[in-house]
Design a protein around this ligand. Structure first.
Ligand code: NAD
Ligand code: MG
Length: 383
């Protein structure tokens, strides 16, 4: 029996690589529904390759346009379209949406008794507690696609969770890892978008440059593996060859290595515990020669420190942090604010937010709206 896959964010970086993985294993995987945002050309491309009966687009005018081209397909649109896909008929949802928009579809998928392969880390950063509650309630699994978490997941296979001493999340340091804080004042969007090791979507590439992304990943690891923040460390590793590690109580350290290619973690999330062939040149460690490791500098990267702080305090704070970051990240990309303002806006949002417990999805939507409004107001006052 083929694994039936629903894919949200199909036009993005992870989405397109998921399409590639699916097309390499037509005997194992079947794309049964998908969602794209505004890039409807990508939808046409997918429909040329696969006979998919249902898909979603973001805008109504695009849905109408495509309805004329594909009269035999069910075409959904807007946020409700994503939810409908998530509630549909399939075996695993690959959530490759970017940002908080990914939360509601993840929740809907689990609540309608589906397993999830998750690239959308914002889901867990904001609502990890709610997601874990629903996973337990519905007896469903959520497997990571993020490379660090896939590495940890792989290092945990065959071992016992209670014998884990700590998780070690590796970090490249992003585009500005060799710049001082003073030098950050004048960096450009183009420079920020040039990641040294990985080719990714624009938002996460900026999040890597501020290391907000690594802070998110620490939080993501906390909820995925149920490990306290005190037992999750970040280790700088500029080569991005060791994707992360697990240290056990006997001091044995398991590491997962590979070339920086997201198709491996995507494929593993769909095939585990099996492994499948991947058309990728093997890792040549002799050619790499040397691997470097160093402690992270929390003063150089204050958003990494902030994520630990919000994670340990819990409640609404990580959601506020995420929402403010989403707005500030986009404003930087739109040339509305300077790079260091991202940090300033996100930090002040968290410090000015009133602490609240997250009891329900409604509480979470309120926290997100607050952080979003706060950041927008700050940016309005700057300009
Ligand atoms: P991307 O910007 O390339 O793609 C995002 C996708 O989401 C696009 O298809 C876009 O159309 C869709 N989308 C966004 N908002 C939408 C909305 N409201 N309605 C419908 N569609 C919407 O992003 P990406 O780099 O592929 O990242 C996706 C997720 O995976 C992010 O959470 C990111 O942090 C995570 N991630 C990405 C990588 C990577 O290598 N790109 C690695 C690890 C984790
Ligand atoms: Mg990652």
């Amino acid at each position: 029996m083929k694994k039936r896959i629903a894919l949200l964010g199909a036009s993005g970086s992870i989405g397109q690589q998921t399409i590639d993985v699916i097309s390499q294993h037509p005997d194992l995987f079947e794309l049964v529904s998908f969602g794209v945002g505004r890039r409807i050309e990508e939808a046409r491309g997918i429909l040329e390759q696969f006979d998919v009966p249902v898909f979603a687009v973001q805008r109504e005018e695009d849905a109408e346009l495509l309805a004329a081209e594909y009269p035999d397909k069910t075409i959904l649109c807007g946020d409700s379209g994503l939810i409908e896909i998530a509630k549909g008929e399939y075996d695993v949802l690959v959530n490759a949406l970017v940002g908080f928009a990914g939360f509601a579809p993840t929740l809907a998928a689990i609540q309608s008794d589906h397993d999830v392969a998750l690239a959308n880390k914002e889901t867990l950063v904001c609502g990890g507690e709610l997601i874990n509650r629903e996973l337990a309630l519905h007896g469903r699994t959520l497997v990571p696609i993020d490379s660090e978490h896939s590495a940890i997941f792989q290092c945990l296979q065959g071992n016992r969770m209670r014998q884990v001493k700590r998780l070690i999340v590796t970090a490249s340091g992003g585009s500005f890892r060799n710049k001082t804080r003073e030098e950050l004042q004048s960096v450009t969007v183009e420079e920020a978008l040039a990641h040294p090791n990985w080719s990714m979507g624009a938002k996460i590439t900026i999040d890597s440059a501020t290391m907000m992304n690594k802070g998110f990943e620490v939080t993501e690891a906390h909820w995925l593996f149920n490990v306290p923040f005190e037992q999750i460390d970040v280790l700088m590793h500029p080569e991005s060859i060791v994707h992360s590690m697990v240290e056990y109580i006997d001091k044995s350290v398991m590491a997962q290595m590979g070339t920086p290619d997201m198709r491996l973690p995507i494929q593993y999330a769909l095939s585990w515990p099996d492994r499948l062939e991947l058309d990728e040149p093997p890792l040549d460690l002799a050619a790499v020669g040397t691997l470097h490791f160093a402690e992270p500098d929390f003063e150089r990267f204050p958003l990494l420190a902030l994520a630990y702080e919000t994670g340990k305090k819990g409640g609404n704070l990580s959601a506020v942090m995420n929402a403010a970051n989403e707005v500030a990240n986009a404003a930087f990309r739109n040339h509305e604010i300077a790079f260091p303002m991202i940090e300033e806006i996100v930090i002040s949002a968290v410090h000015e937010a009133e602490f609240e417990e997250l009891r329900s999805a409604e509480d979470l939507y309120r926290a997100n709206a607050w952080g979003d409004a706060y950041a927008r107001e700050r940016i309005r006052n700057i300009n």
